[in-house]
Design a protein around this ligand. Structure first.
Ligand code: ME8
Length: 506
């Protein structure tokens, strides 16, 4: 049994969670659940990023002390995880003692290896991005200066410790070439490689102009740069600096899921910090795209922030989970529209999947006394359906492991459409009058189809698929991928079916 480690970004506690945060964590959750279903030992981490100038400022604006403020907002992200059904194994906060210890240990290791030196920083800083920008990256508009992300920048001049990032450039380029899957999708990989090829500057990794951060060991006038602090969370939770910790076997992480806005930090700084400290870099960073709302950028000032909790109240959890990963190829930007969500819910979940389950299970209830007919050989007219079902879990697994969630769902849906074609063509309701033996065979094959769909859809829609597996008579122990090889016994009692999805008026 292999170990698998998946992470979300740790979210800034300057604001309430929105659909973008739910999205990254959802993709991570589905991946973690799929790996568990495949029998792996999984560690799934999420959490909150609580230090830095941006959070300090948000606390001031709220008239609170930073710790009280972060306690409150961090809780919103825990609540989000509960509402969205995320199966994270840990929730890390960067204000925890374990994290402070890990950051200070990493710092000391970098000092010991002469990767850090004291200097002086002078340049542009964007508090919103918590990022430094070079003079060539700055745009001027109406007498104000902005980073390429649109964030306002300010001129910063202060003593600072530096990390020798420049010397890691050639190593990083070799690393990207030797590990072509390290950054995905390919467009992001190219972007990162071009940036590194352009030459890297040493990175300022401490600040003296505010105090809300982790003190630099031996020089408490400095706090650590919030990105060095934040990235370290991924090893803190794995037990660092105690590499004999039980959790350390999960390092290196298999996938860091991030949005495209923070790929530079994860694909450049992070592997460089790790390599400089003699630690293994993560295996993969996947940077997904950006959601807009009905065509507009999501922003607090536009007042169009989508609250995932409200969506879940309106449409139910599983339709929202399904929609977010079904609608847009992971990696592309996508537009959130209610009409699109309702279209998927009604057309794909209720009509295609829910209806198939309801028709099949109602027929078994009425015509087979509510018990499962015997397993049967495939007749020639069954072969296509059964062949598609047999290969489906493998195909879905390969797609999930490449973060192609929309294609994984399309593959399942395409088999569900085939099963709907099959029920129409075989017409088990008509066979009732002409051929009871064949009717039972057809219903058994349809039951098999539903069992496969429900099993592979569990990571995407855990609650509804658990209900579906209950209705199909599959025991709690028989829900892993491996269990699909075991046919359910003939005569298994099936409860009367109830609808799995409710259609919504548009
Ligand atoms: O960057 N569409 O935290 P953050 C899709 N603390 N995803 C979105 C999104 C949108 N419109 N808006 C946000 C940070 N996201 C740092 C991370 S990790 C060591 C530190 C998601 O609260 C997306 O995953 O600003 C993005 O990368 C993340 O939220 C940024 O969250």
């Amino acid at each position: 049994m292999a170990t698998k480690y998946f992470t979300t970004p740790i979210y800034y506690v300057n604001d309430r969670p929105h659909i973008g945060h739910a999205y990254t964590s959802l993709a991570t959750d589905v991946t973690a659940r799929w790996a568990r279903l495949s029998g792996h030992q999984v560690f799934f981490l999420t959490g909150t990023d609580e230090h830095g100038q941006k959070v300090e400022k948000a606390a001031q604006d709220a008239g609170m002390d930073p710790q009280g403020f972060t306690d409150r907002v961090s809780q919103h992200f825990r609540d989000l995880a509960a509402t969205m059904g995320f199966s994270n194994d840990d929730f890390i906060r960067t204000t925890e003692p374990r994290h402070k210890a890990a950051c200070q240990a990493l710092w000391e290791e970098l000092v010991r290896r002469e990767e850090i030196y004291l200097g002086h920083y002078e340049g542009w800083y964007a508090v919103r991005d918590e990022a430094f920008y070079g003079p060539d990256e700055i745009e001027e508009r109406d007498g104000k200066r902005f980073a390429p992300t649109g964030a306002p920048v300010e001129w910063v001049r202060e003593p600072s410790y530096f990390f020798r990032l420049s010397k890691w450039g050639p190593w990083l380029l070799d690393f990207y070439r030797d590990n072509p899957d390290f950054i995905a999708p390919a467009s992001r990989r190219n972007e990162v490689m071009r940036f590194v090829e352009g030459g890297l500057q040493d990175l300022s990794i401490s600040r003296t102009s505010f105090t809300w951060g982790i003190p630099v060991p031996g020089d408490p006038a400095h706090v650590m740069y919030v990105w060095l602090d934040a990235l370290t969370n991924y090893i803190t939770a794995a037990g660092y600096p105690d590499v004999s910790a039980e959790r350390w076997r999960f390092w290196p992480a298999d996938v860091h899921f991030v949005g495209k806005d923070i790929v530079r930090f994860h694909a450049i700084y992070w592997p460089a910090f790790l390599a400089a400290a003699g630690l293994a870099p993560p295996r993969r960073v996947f940077a997904h795209g950006w959601w807009t709302n009905e065509g507009q950028k999501i922003s607090k000032s536009l007042g169009n922030v989508i609250d995932p909790l409200r969506l879940v109240e309106e449409y139910g959890l599983d339709p929202v989970r399904y929609f977010l990963l079904r609608e847009v190829p992971f990696g592309n930007d996508g537009d959130f529209s209610r009409a699109a969500l309702i279209g998927r819910l009604n057309g794909e979940l209720a009509d295609t999947l829910g209806n198939l389950a309801n028709r099949t299970l109602s027929l078994i209830q009425r015509n087979c006394g509510g018990t499962l007919p015997a397993a049967a050989e495939a007749a020639p007219e069954d072969a296509e359906l059964l062949g598609g079902l047999a290969s489906l879990p493998g195909r879905v697994g390969a797609l999930v492991e490449r973060q192609e969630f929309h294609l994984a769902l399309e593959a399942i849906l395409s088999e569900a459409r085939a099963a709907n074609g099959y029920i129409t063509l075989q017409a088990p309701w008509a066979l009732k009058k002409t051929d009871l033996v064949r009717m039972a065979v057809v219903l058994r094959h349809l039951h098999t189809a539903l069992r496969v769909f429900a099993t592979v859809l569990q990571p995407f829609m855990p609650g509804t698929m658990a209900a579906m597996l209950d209705q199909l008579g599959v025991s709690a122990e028989g829900r892993g991928l491996a269990a699909l090889a075991q046919p359910l016994p003939e005569g298994t009692a099936l409860p009367p079916p109830t609808p799995l999805f409710r259609k919504v008026e548009s």
